[in-house]
Design a protein around this ligand. Structure first.
Ligand code: DC
Length: 221
């Protein structure tokens, strides 16, 4: 089986690029952030303190996450309900960041993620794919961009969706999330020693796509 691991901070363009690369290469796209977001959403919906590991752990038995590939792209299901849009809200992103710090949550998702990589050729994106989930991945990429460049992209995306939010809030959220993701004790965000670093601060989508496709084609032989 071929497995491509793409890790990096929030807003580096991982999921948009990963989706398109997986399609082009014919691999299954696994959005691991969506899995953490689904757990974060469930906790928010049930009034559970996302920082309380025991409380979050107790919900795992009641949570069933489905990633389905449909004609219009990947859909995320939480207990059979389509939550693809709901999990993209800023507050759910923060909740996902909090629940992802709990080792029990990570262990629960790790098993599911490894199972997916054993069943098909996958392109998996997240924070710890190259370091923890798939240490023997065929190709590892660490995709990053400056926090300002990432906040600008995110701000544009939110404005296009009609959400009213100011740029400084978006930048502060990104920086807070970076801090949480890199400073947690369990599987913090870090570049695997054998990952290829790609900085997209000065690249547009097409340029980033071509660069990654080329890297994967060269290394996944
Ligand atoms: O990539 P994203 O923004 O959808 O991820 C949401 C949160 O989930 C992010 O703050 C960190 C966490 N996450 C993680 O800890 N490990 C992963 N493999 C993927 C995401």
């Amino acid at each position: 089986m071929i497995s491509i691991a793409i890790d990096g901070p929030s807003g580096a363009g991982k999921s948009t690029l990963a989706k398109r690369l997986a399609k082009q290469l014919g691999y299954i796209y696994v959005d691991t952030g969506a899995m953490y977001r689904a757990i974060g959403l469930y906790a928010l919906q049930h009034g559970i303190d996302v920082k309380n590991e025991t409380a979050v752990q107790a919900t795992l038995a009641d949570i069933c996450i489905g990633l389905k590939h449909e004609d219009d792209g990947q859909h995320v299901y939480l207990n059979k309900k389509d939550v693809s849009d709901a999990i993209r809200e800023e507050k759910v992103g923060m909740a996902a960041s909090a629940v992802s710090a709990h080792p029990t949550v990570r262990a629960y998702l790790l098993e599911a993620q490894r199972g997916m990589a054993m069943a098909a050729d996958v392109l998996m994106d997240g924070r710890d794919i190259g370091t923890v989930v798939l240490p023997d991945a065929t190709v590892k990429i660490f995709l990053t961009a400056s926090s300002k460049a990432r906040a600008q992209r995110r701000y544009k995306e939110l404005c296009e969706k009609g959400q009213t939010i100011d740029f400084d809030t978006v930048l502060a959220d990104i920086e807070q999330r970076d801090y949480n993701d890199t400073h947690r004790a369990a599987a913090p965000l870090k570049q695997a020693e054998d990952a290829i670093l790609v900085d997209t601060s000065d690249l547009n989508f097409e340029e980033s796509f071509e660069k990654l496709l080329d890297l994967i084609k060269t290394h996944a032989k």
